[in-house]
Ligand binder design. Sequence first.
Ligand SMILES: NC(=O)c1ccc[n+]([C@@H]2O[C@H](COP(=O)([O-])OP(=O)(O)OC[C@H]3O[C@@H](n4cnc5c(N)ncnc54)[C@H](O)[C@@H]3O)[C@@H](O)[C@H]2O)c1
Length: 254
Amino acid sequence: MFRFNGKVAIVTGGGRGIGKAISRILASQGAKVAIADLRGDIARETAEEINSAGGQCIAIETDVTNLESVKKMVDMVHQTFGTVDILVNNAGWDQMMLFKDTTPDFWDKIIDINYKGVLNTVYAVMNDMVGKKKGRIISISSDAARVGSTGEAVYSGAKGAIISFSKTMARELARYNITVNVICPGPTETPLVEELKQDSDLGSKILGSMEKIIPLRRMGKPEDIAYAVCFFASDEAGFITGQVLSVSGGLTMC
Ligand SMILES: NC(=O)c1ccc[n+]([C@@H]2O[C@H](COP(=O)([O-])OP(=O)(O)OC[C@H]3O[C@@H](n4cnc5c(N)ncnc54)[C@H](O)[C@@H]3O)[C@@H](O)[C@H]2O)c1
């Protein structure tokens, strides 16, 4: 379906949820995948699953909010697989509450994981791609960034920042034949969404009734997002850059 033979990919937050599906499908199509996840345990579990299925995958415990941790992870990828061809910025986190109930510490945590994490990885990886005059950077934002989402004010802002940053990087890196694109998932069945439903009445009320308002009448599956990532990562998408794609069953159409 896709041809990633010999390509080296980093997937942040690849231990579970959407990142796990991205890692699994990239590897099944021939990519050598490094899972960079804060949780070493689930990253290793996922890497073992992928390797047992015949893929090539390593797990590297990484905190994307910390540039030193990200640089160490990239060094390890270089030693194991070589320079990076595909970077997937997937790591993210949220907790649903109205903005009036948030605190500055919460703002920092959300911005660090969801936005600064992307700055750190792009900063650490882009020279590989500039050197070979080819590369693919795909970041997972959210439809919350495009249309807003009650209970996710700071998260929506951080995810919006990913879009603006990516468009600028698409311009700056175009001369090196590096494409930079963004995918905005709608509500997708993952461990994070289960936690959001359980953690607050607001989360359970909003996310519990999503299927009724999604035109395709179901929540997204991690694989729905992963196939869109694979498209942007493919050679065939080489003339597409600075774009934002919603994968949401039609929930948003603007
Ligand atoms: N599930 C949805 O409905 C949905 C909708 C829109 C956008 N998204 C976005 O998709 C991405 C994946 O979400 P998911 O639902 O699969 O979440 P998830 O919590 O199930 O998986 C996220 C992974 O990121 C890792 N992670 C968290 N903080 C990290 C850090 N500092 N450094 C490295 N890894 C870290 C976690 O350990 C976890 O393995 C996120 O960016 C999320 O914001 C999800």
